[in-house]
Design a protein around this ligand. Structure first.
Ligand SMILES: C[S@@+](CC[C@H](N)C(=O)[O-])C[C@H]1O[C@@H](n2cnc3c(N)ncnc32)[C@H](O)[C@@H]1O
Length: 166
């Protein structure tokens, strides 16, 4: 049996989490380029799906925009990356990083609070975010609703929430 939660129930929890990530927004881990090992992992994940060029991608938990910038290059001018994060400070840093990219939309909001149009995205790319979702079945349900048929959810996490928040 899968237990889904009310999306509204995550609002309070996400507010507390946003405070935590606001305080981390200028930390090295959040702003440094990905290490060679991380880049190798990301490339490996990307090779599991067709070329991203022209795709519309949903990116929950974009942080300072490090992955967003890679996705923006990969989807090209015909594609689009819609990225969001619960932390306003992370989004501010992402704005600074991605100022020139006209194929990126940035929003300060939690996945659970978004009113996403059904079947409007080709791919969800979530890098090191999935362990942070309060209710994972609900998060997946929201993503599935937003995805077109024959699309992909790529949730790449090298460390669990507990070790990140510790
Ligand atoms: C470990 S960071 C990863 C950031 C970015 N993906 C990267 O690779 O640098 C996790 C991010 O997820 C965000 N986050 C956590 N729960 C979220 C939620 N429910 N909706 C949207 N963003 C969330 C946090 O604010 C944080 O910026």
């Amino acid at each position: 049996m899968t237990r889904f939660c009310s999306a509204a129930g995550s609002v309070e929890i996400n507010r507390a989490k946003a405070d935590f990530f606001d305080a981390q927004a200028n930390a090295q881990w959040a702003n440094d380029n990905y290490t060679r090992e991380e880049m190798e992992k990301i490339q490996k994940v990307l090779t599991t799906i067709p070329d991203l060029e022209g795709m519309t991608i949903l990116e929950p938990g974009c942080g300072t925009g490090r992955m967003t910038s890679i996705l923006s290059e990969q989807v090209g001018k015909q594609g689009k990356v819609v990225s969001f994060d619960i932390s306003n400070r992370m989004i501010q840093n992402a704005e600074n990083l991605l100022g020139e990219a006209d194929n990126v939309e940035l929003h300060c909001n939690g996945l659970e609070a978004l009113n996403l149009k059904a079947a409007s995205f080709d791919c969800v790319f979530s890098h090191q975010v999935f362990p942070h979702f309060d209710c994972k079945p609900t998060a997946l349900k929201i993503m599935a609703h937003a995805l077109k048929q024959r699309s992909w959810v790529l949730a790449d996490s090298s460390s669990g929430r507990a070790s990140i928040l510790a």
